[in-house]
Ligand binder design. Structure first.
Ligand code: ZN
Ligand code: ZN
Length: 420
């Protein structure tokens, strides 16, 4: 039996050249989080051309297109649009040489090093397939293009800017990410799939003094060092042995000269967890330890702890997973696999959570299958296949575009095909 998704995807060949060209164009023109003006403009134009009802400028540069095709379920699919301050080293003819200005006002190199350009191209290709052949499906399709995923606030910025008033409330929400898997492979899992994350900027205060007279100051270097060491006890001694958590100190800064004891130190922290209870436990333990170490050092002022870049837990609905993963298996056979739980994070789920919709977020691959399988056999995957955010993380364009458009279309038709 030919499925509704197969009928739509029989036209994929016709769409590939146009969307490959779009993909390479987006890849050449990456834009930082909340600066996705060019990308959002292209997306809005294309959606209007295809007959979508478009609202743009939601949460800054967010765009939604709504396609009403009669009675049936309402399904939302999301792609993120932002790039990263990374200097591209792929050597590809369409490699980015772009630069931009970051939030601190510094000029930085720009690259689509997380594949969001591919997400945009695939969702637009699916949007075109659905718009141009409306016979096999019924319902309402919402194509959502989100800014600022990389800093964890783009989804929330759309929600806070009235997303719920701009679109019909979806019955289900879908999202996908290209990863370091073979480009013919799609992977999904029910329940927690990607970790919740928080970052913190911690500034602790000592009292500066001469390096030869430590007794007359409070040493911020010793204080910060004690915090770094004591923080390691959270995962090792406070979480249960089977409870997942990560506490990383990614930066520690203090002082400028060997014989000056500095009066201040700044630490940048990153936390990961797979459930909200652990997330709160990690945050509370960090705050307790920082305050207690400041007290232990005789710090003259309380520390400043600022929480930033919050990413929600991606907790896939078991019901949506059961339906969509069955459709993936029907379409892709043994190339539809179980996804490993990722310690990476995503803000996608802020959207369905705010709209009260169940959701599924899955991953698909962007790399040559033969190379991937050989590296997996040899145990050299990490040195052979670049990870997301690496300066060489660029999917093999055409097959990855084909698979990503297919996965999204198959998942959409799980709900929108007539007679399901
Ligand atoms: Zn990323
Ligand atoms: Zn990403």
């Amino acid at each position: 039996m030919v499925t509704a998704a197969q009928t739509l995807l029989s036209r994929l060949d016709d769409l590939v050249p146009r969307h490959l060209e779009l993909y390479e164009d987006l890849h050449r023109h990456p834009e930082l989080s909340h600066q996705e003006h060019r990308t959002a403009g292209i997306v809005a134009d294309r959606l209007r051309e295809l007959g979508y009802e478009v609202t743009d400028g939601i949460g800054g540069t967010g765009v939604v297109g709504v396609l009403d095709n009669g009675d049936g379920p309402t399904v939302l699919a999301r792609a993120d649009m932002d790039a990263l301050p990374v200097r591209e080293e792929s050597g590809l003819p369409y490699a980015s040489t772009a630069t931009g200005t970051d939030a601190e006002g510094d000029e930085v190199p720009l690259m689509h090093a997380c594949g969001h350009d591919m997400h945009v191209a695939c969702l637009l290709a699916s949007a075109q397939l659905l718009a141009e052949d409306r016979g096999g499906w019924a319902g309402t399709f919402i194509a959502l293009f989100q800014p600022a995923e990389e800093i964890g606030i783009g989804a929330t910025s759309m929600v806070d800017d009235g997303l719920a008033q701009a679109i019909p409330i979806p019955d289900v929400a879908l999202g996908q990410h290209v990863m370091g898997l073979p480009h013919d492979t799609v992977a999904s899992r029910p329940g927690p799939a990607m970790s919740a994350a928080d970052s913190a900027r911690v500034t602790v205060h000592g009292r500066g003094t001469h390096g030869s007279m430590p007794h007359s100051g409070v040493d911020a270097v010793l204080l910060a060092s004690s915090i770094v060491v004591r923080l390691q006890g959270i995962v090792a001694r406070e979480l249960a042995p089977d409870q997942f958590g990560v506490v990383t100190v990614g930066s520690i800064r203090a002082g400028s000269k060997s014989n000056v004891i500095p009066g201040e130190a700044t630490l940048l922290l990153n936390l990961r967890s797979y459930d909200d209870a652990t997330r709160s436990q990690l945050r509370e333990a960090v705050e307790r330890i920082v305050r207690a170490e400041c007290e232990a050092s005789g710090s003259p002022r309380p520390p400043e702890i600022t929480w930033t870049d919050p990413f929600p837990l991606t907790d896939n609905s078991p019901e949506v997973h059961a339906r969509v993963s069955a459709a993936f298996t029907e379409h892709f056979g043994d190339r539809a696999i179980a996804m490993d739980r990722s310690t990476g994070s995503e803000d996608f789920s802020d959207i369905p959570r705010a709209l009260g919709a169940p959701y599924l977020y899955w991953v698909w691959g962007g790399f040559d299958p033969e190379t991937w399988h050989r590296a997996a056999e040899e145990g050299t995957l990490h040195s052979t296949i670049p990870g997301n955010h690496a300066s060489t993380f660029v999917p093999v364009a055409e097959p990855t575009l084909r698979t990503g458009t297919s996965t999204m279309t198959v998942a959409l038709m799980t709900y929108l095909a007539k007679g399901v």
